[in-house]
Unconditional design. Structure first.
Lengths: 342, 309
């Protein structure tokens, strides 16, 4: 970028400054998509329950009768103050939904990533090392199928299997009803609450509930990781420095471990972060499949209820999350890989 | 058809995977085109001669894959589902290419503030989770178009426009300053001609690869929308994702068939398209391709006199 290039603080500063315009564009996009669209929010949500006067009053109360520009500015102002609006259909503040339901989505995705890395990295290394062998062919097909298989179908098949083999294993929801009753709500993340309450029975119960959904979502992500790691290994194995290491007489196994694999894994951090969008899509589907009480399930429910404000609020929140994660990934990547900092 | 030649001379698995994908895709296309001849029943048919089909029955001579909980014939719905999938995916991919390619070409060629704004918008759209975008679009279009095939195709279109835009725009930007474009400019070709005749042919080459991979992705997004109950309405067409959402209620009771088959169809179709796309990519992209060793045949050895001469 300049002669002073390579300075990490500078890179981070520039990256952080870009957050504002990125968020602004996404927010504008969300607003335009949902507000300029044909149809009236109030009629769509409660049109069949109220008469014309009551609808008009509702519209005025929500400020929907004012010019679009005013509504737009107000929307931006509210988002800055973390006010995502109040749902039309059941009058819940969207922020409450996010706080109460977000934890379930968070633990679901974290668990999924752990499964994905544990499956994806070894398979990818193997396929890249033994390129064009039967092992490679098998792993590549796995990578494609894991990505191609609809996550909800994989979930359904796993449920069928588990119901048959371990009839007592939980196949839906985040915790049994007793656990939900006994664990006090403090952080919004039920697993954390159970740990804080020092309630080992509940912790085990919650973890058991996590296994199936996290594994399902993890399989989807592992497909991406396998393909990425494989290509990276193939590319690094052809790089000059690997050749040079071999030429110096370093044993093959050591070249693989110390030189090729280590560098092949660096981009995984970025790509794992970039998979956030995919993870979010996958989480919405996983939540529906396993009746998981997370944000995705809420979104789907409000879309079905045709609640504009709720949908707008939740989508806005997802958009902000996407931007923040992408920035975090970029900064993390710059810390790990000096070449990124130009 | 030069690329077929290239594929033939590519080394390794890529070739076999590609042809497997092509054959599988053709099977689905045939099923889709001739669904009304191949499928034993209509997708919304559940009685023949006034006798209602049994519900959730195992395979029989009348129903080769059994029936689901609403007494529809599973096999028929599978075959009709191929038609729906093909219609939606084809529509979405064509529409997004038709919008994305010219936009990318124009934006890359004219540059300036228009380019910058469009790139920014497209990047924003691209960074959005695709399923979320599809949900928002189907939410919006519900009031206007209902849960029709057209609405589903339109909901998917917006997701894929940025991909064509990015690739075409970046190729255009790098090709804009190349010698042949400069030459065209020198002989007085107007921008329209430069874009249409010189740049288009060069930037359009990556479109088949993106198109096939997008088709695979569109298929899974369509099924996902259907599964969430936000896609094509069951009265409009047979859709695999919707059938799976119905199966969700019965899976705990061990209803295997109505969950298994639609999912398998989705996987096979997506895998087929992915194999074709990856095969194309791996053979058309010179950095990934490894050529097969060609057999070299020498002519008859020249006689001594000829060699001296």
């Amino acid at each position: 970028m300049s002669a002073a290039g390579g300075s990490l603080p500078r890179y981070i500063l520039i990256r952080l400054m870009l957050v504002v315009p990125m968020m602004w564009v996404l927010l504008t996009l969300v607003f335009l998509l949902l507000r300029v669209a044909p149809g009236d929010p109030v009629t769509a949500a409660v049109g069949d329950k109220l008469d014309a006067d009551a609808l008009e009053a509702r519209r005025a109360a929500l400020g929907l009768d004012r010019p679009l520009v005013v509504q737009y500015l107000e929307y931006l102002g509210n988002v800055v103050r973390l006010d995502f609006g109040t749902t039309i259909s059941d009058r819940r503040p969207v922020l409450d939904i996010i706080v109460n339901q977000g934890g379930a989505t968070l633990t679901l995705t974290i668990g999924a990533f752990l499964f994905a890395l544990a499956i994806g990295i070894p398979l990818g290394l193997l396929a890249g090392r033994f390129r064009d062998t039967a092992a490679d062919a098998g792993i590549r097909v796995y990578g494609i199928v894991a990505y191609a298989a609809p996550i909800f179908w994989v979930g359904l098949m796993l449920v069928l299997l588990v119901v048959k083999l371990f009839p007592s294993w939980p196949t839906y929801d985040i915790a049994s009803s007793e656990t939900k009753y006994y664990v006090p709500d403090r952080t919004g993340i039920i697993l954390l609450d159970a740990i804080l309450a020092n309630d080992s029975v509940s912790v085990v119960d919650i973890l058991q509930h996590h296994v199936l959904p996290c594994f399902t979502l993890g399989l989807l992500l592992s497909g991406v990781i396998v393909r990425l790691v494989r290509v990276n290994v193939i590319q690094t194995l052809g790089d000059d420095y690997v050749e040079a290491a071999r030429a110096r007489g370093i044993p093959g196994g050591r070249v693989l471990r110390k030189h090729a694999f280590r560098n092949a894994l660096v981009p995984v951090i970025t790509v794992v972060g970039l998979q956030f969008a995919l993870t979010l899509s996958g989480a919405i589907l996983t939540e529906k499949t396993f009746n998981w009480p997370g944000l995705g399930a809420e979104l789907v429910q409000y879309v079905t209820a045709r609640d504009y404000i709720a949908v707008q609020g939740l989508v806005t929140f997802f958009a902000l999350a996407v931007v923040l994660v992408s920035v975090a990934v970029d900064i993390l990547n710059a810390l790990v890989d000096p070449r990124v900092r130009y | 058809m030069r690329f077929l030649h290239t594929i033939w001379h590519t080394k390794g698995l890529a070739r076999y995977l590609f042809w497997t994908g092509v054959v599988l895709t053709l099977v689905f296309v045939v099923l889709a085109l001739f669904a009304h001849w191949i499928a034993p029943y209509d997708f919304a048919e559940r009685r023949v001669d006034g006798v209602r089909f049994p519900a959730s029955e195992g395979p029989s001579a009348e129903h080769l894959l059994g029936t689901n909980d609403q007494s529809y014939d599973i096999l028929s719905r599978l075959i009709w589902g191929a038609r729906t999938a093909l219609q939606v995916v084809f529509g979405a991919v064509i529409m997004s290419a038709v919008i994305g390619v010219p936009l990318g070409l124009f934006s890359g060629f004219v540059g300036g503030w228009f380019d910058r704004v469009t790139v920014f918008l497209m990047d924003a759209l691209y960074s959005f989770p695709s399923l979320l975008l599809a949900i928002v679009f189907s939410f919006m279009l519900r009031d206007v178009l209902g849960g029709s095939i057209v609405a589903a195709a339109l909901s998917l279109t917006a997701i894929y426009i940025p991909q064509y835009f990015r690739v075409v725009r970046n190729t255009t930007v790098s090709a804009r300053e190349s010698t042949y474009v400069e030459a065209a400019r020198a002989i007085g070709a107007p921008p329209r001609t430069i874009m249409g005749r010189y740049l288009f042919g060069n930037v359009v080459q990556s479109v088949p690869v993106i198109g096939t991979l997008n088709a695979a992705d569109a298929l899974s997004t369509l099924a996902a929308l259907g599964f969430l109950g936000l896609g094509i309405q069951p009265t409009e067409a047979s859709e695999w994702g919707y059938d799976l959402s119905r199966a969700l209620d019965n899976v705990a009771a061990g209803d295997f068939a109505s969950a298994f088959w639609p999912g398998l169809a989705i996987i096979l179709f997506i895998t087929a398209l992915t194999l074709v796309g990856e095969g194309l990519n791996e053979t058309l992209n010179p950095t990934l391709r490894r050529r097969r060793l060609q057999k070299v045949t020498f002519g008859p050895r020249p006689s001594r006199e000829e060699a001296i001469r």
